[in-house]
Ligand binder design. Structure first.
Ligand SMILES: [Zn+2]
Length: 199
């Protein structure tokens, strides 16, 4: 998971992004400046968190997540324990209705120091000794993405009683069988076409 994040790029040109940048800066932990021992970082994750990763567009809405990151620092390593709980709204893959996808994540990340790669994997990374801070945002983002099921369906809804919108499924079937007529001016078809072209 070696990625470079250019949070600073848009600061001057797009005022609306400044807030996001400021918010995501909370995720940058300057561990060098922390005492050995236990530290806790709390985050509230809303839609703007995803927008930062999707250049302004995200299929998720009404994001309501809380992340608690517990850090145990000792002279040789950092151990982060992430707990991310809550819901995100997502369109259902079958009927396109929005549903509340529950998210429940408990993930450990161990940070070692050294110049050599010590076989990094999902739970362990190696940072150079010259490094002094770590950006948790990409990790939080990846954990959330991995926690969202491949099949996003109404039946996953947090209420456990939500079912697919049958009317919509019939419409989608009819649309697929209609040969996708280009003369169709119903705006709902247009919206559907856009959604289906994206899949
Ligand atoms: Zn559905």
């Amino acid at each position: 998971m070696k990625k470079v994040w250019f949070y600073g790029l848009f600061q001057i040109t797009l005022p609306s992004q400044i807030q996001v940048v400021k918010k995501l800066q909370e995720y940058i932990i300057n561990y060098e400046g922390l005492k050995n021992g236990s530290h806790i970082f709390d985050y509230v994750i809303k839609d703007d968190f995803f927008r930062e990763f999707f250049e302004g567009e995200t299929e998720f809405s009404q994001t309501d997540l809380k992340a608690t990151v517990h850090l145990m620092k000792d002279p040789t390593m950092l151990v982060f324990d992430f707990e991310i709980l809550g819901t995100v709204n997502s369109p259902c893959d079958r009927c396109l209705d929005e549903y509340h996808q529950p998210i429940e994540i408990r993930q450990k990340l161990i940070v070692n120091f050294g110049e050599e790669d010590q076989g990094d994997d999902d739970t362990m990374i190696t940072l150079p000794r010259s490094e002094y801070e770590i950006d948790l945002a990409p990790y939080v983002y990846d954990y959330i993405m991995l926690a969202i099921p491949m099949k996003r369906l109404c039946q996953n809804d947090v209420s456990e009683s939500k079912t697919c919108n049958q009317e919509m499924i019939e419409m989608l079937k009819a649309y697929q069988n209609s040969g996708q007529s280009s003369e169709d001016t119903d705006p709902r078809w247009e919206a559907l076409k856009k959604l289906m072209d994206n899949n």
